[in-house]
Design a binder for this molecule. Structure first.
Ligand SMILES: NC(=O)C1=CN([C@@H]2O[C@H](COP(=O)(O)OP(=O)(O)OC[C@H]3O[C@@H](n4cnc5c(N)ncnc54)[C@H](O)[C@@H]3O)[C@@H](O)[C@H]2O)C=CC1
Ligand SMILES: NCC(=O)COP(=O)(O)O
Length: 338
């Protein structure tokens, strides 16, 4: 089984490039699997020098990348080179950001890499350049769906050793959540989560805990009707499919340690309901995983951190966890030891 991972540059003005340098330097101590960096070696080399990080870079093709990883950081050169300055995002770099993601997916689809690991992108910067997807999650589904009958439905999961969460609705305004939250969407999300937890995480019988949408899960309808009308029927349907689903639970009491012991993943009904608990508990080593795709994708759980980019203080923990988890998922899928 191919072990090499494809690591995208992310926004070249963000912390992604320096995290890639740090992850390579710490590869032995942190048990980092081999990866190839999709980016621009000239820009990376300037950054490495400025940060005083002695990292040998080697421009390679996919075939050489895995073997050279022990002695140099392999770089798959992009056609769209970055003119990036750390901390100064520029929509002019969008083409390279997108190229890295597309070529990473292609490498996985063609068997050159086992999984794609994406460094953070700044959504607003890409939007300014005409990017029409809310984020990686939806873009990856669109790319992975090319040439297929239907676009796969992507599910965002943020995973750590202590807690895994899924936001059922993702990057939409809060005001639109009640309208877009349907029983069908919850069932599909739960079904995909259960299937991928089995296939790619080796959880034999995944336990799903579902948050209510409203305070106190609706307080019998006094604080909102969606919990009984939309969430509860979804749980019934998931159970009818043989999936161990429970709830709807008041979200405020679902994330303390004793509650967490009772499930494998918690489904929040909107982005912040799911992500605030995990970013509180595991900000440094949480991993963003896209479920429901034909390929494996992980990412650090943080963003581009323009405020600290280029200062050499960004922590590589989450990227390292994302690299390790991608390798572990690939091994689980292929029945090989991680
Ligand atoms: N997977 C992805 O591509 C993601 C992209 N983003 C994007 O990132 C941009 C900035 O988002 P923010 O909400 O500001 O979140 P952020 O995670 O970039 O930054 C939040 C705070 O955490 C700090 N921080 C983040 N990562 C760190 C690290 N590795 N080490 C030390 N400190 C770190 C930052 O300095 C900042 O103070 C947005 O455009 C957003 O869309 C956000 C989350 C995920
Ligand atoms: N808040 C999580 C996030 O923004 C990650 O989005 P994506 O780019 O992985 O879709």
């Amino acid at each position: 089984m191919r072990r090499l991972l494809a690591l995208t540059q992310g926004d070249p003005a963000g912390i992604g490039p320096e995290l890639a340098l740090a992850a390579w330097r710490q590869r032995e101590r942190r048990g980092i699997p081999p990866f190839a960096y999709l980016g621009d070696s000239a820009t990376l080399s300037i950054l490495a020098e400025r940060l005083g990080l002695p990292v040998p870079l080697r421009s390679v093709g996919w075939d050489e990348a895995e073997t050279c990883f022990d002695t140099a950081l392999p770089v798959i050169e992009l056609e769209h080179r970055a003119q990036a300055q750390s901390g100064r995002p520029d929509p002019a770099n969008a083409a390279g950001v997108i190229e890295a993601i597309e070529r990473g997916v292609e490498a996985v689809e063609t068997g050159k890499a086992a999984a794609i690991v994406t460094n953070p992108i700044a959504k607003s910067v890409l939007y300014a350049a005409g990017f029409r997807h809310p984020g990686h999650t939806e873009f990856l589904a669109e790319i992975a769906g090319r040439g297929r009958e239907a676009t796969p439905r992507p599910v965002m999961m943020i995973w750590s050793e202590e807690l895994a969460v899924i936001p059922v609705t993702i990057h939409i305004p809060l005001a639109e959540v009640p309208e877009q939250l349907t029983t069908e969407l919850i069932v599909e999300t739960g079904r995909i989560a259960a299937a991928d937890l089995k296939r790619r995480f080796g959880v034999a019988r995944p336990r799903l805990a579902l948050c209510g949408l409203n305070p106190h899960a609706g307080e019998g309808g006094a604080l909102g009707k969606e919990d009984a009308a939309v969430v509860a029927p979804a749980i019934e349907r998931l159970r009818a499919l043989g999936i161990e689903a429970s709830g709807p639970y008041p979200a405020d009491t679902l994330f303390h340690a004793r509650a967490r012991a009772g499930y494998d993943v918690a489904l929040g009904m909107y982005h912040d309901q799911a992500l605030i608990p995990i970013k509180t508990i595991a900000f440094d080593d949480g991993v963003n995983v896209t479920l429901g795709l034909p390929i494996i994708r992980t990412s650090p759980d943080h963003g581009t951190a323009f405020d600290i980019a280029g200062k050499g203080i960004a922590r590589p923990d989450s990227l390292c966890a994302a690299l390790r988890l991608a390798a572990r998922m690939a091994a689980a899928e292929h029945g090989a030891p991680a």
